[in-house]
Design a protein around this ligand. Sequence first.
Ligand code: HEC
Length: 147
Amino acid sequence: MKRDVLAAVLASALILPAAIATAGPIEDRQAIMKGNGRDTKLGGDMLKGVTPFDAATANKILANYAAAAKAFPAHFPANSKTGAETEAAPAIWDKPADWKAATAKFQADTAAAAALKPADAATFGKAFGMVTANCKSCHEGFRIKKG
Ligand code: HEC
């Protein structure tokens, strides 16, 4: 019991909220994605057995993904196509229907993954896979990786 409480406290301290208000839309969306990156490292380490599976942390990661997916699309105003070392691809603004489909899929898949409320590593692995398939597909179409 004590260990569970400690794990929950550690998890909430380690995982920052998905959205961190900063200087502008580019920084805001990058902060959301940095949160995704941290959560994916954390979840991947649990699934690889680098760190022990912890259900509270797993569910927090999935809740963070769902919140990130909800918040993300609001940070792409037309005046944020360039600057702040953005890696956002022009396709976001040039193919709005495709972009809408990608962000809607991310929202649907993260919500479905969080709803699984995994209590074991196998279920978390399934939920994690549902979410992370989106990382690759969206980055291929809508992110230009620099450097
Ligand atoms: C719907 C599209 C979409 C999905 C889904 C998506 N990303 Fe991204 N990601 C982007 C875009 C666009 C950028 C570039 C943002 C910018 O620089 O303005 C980005 C940037 C990033 C960055 C770099 C952030 C920085 O500036 O340091 C990381 C890390 C990242 N994504 C991780 C992830 C992970 C992990 C997932 C899956 C859990 C994911 N992304 C899912 C679109 C997406």
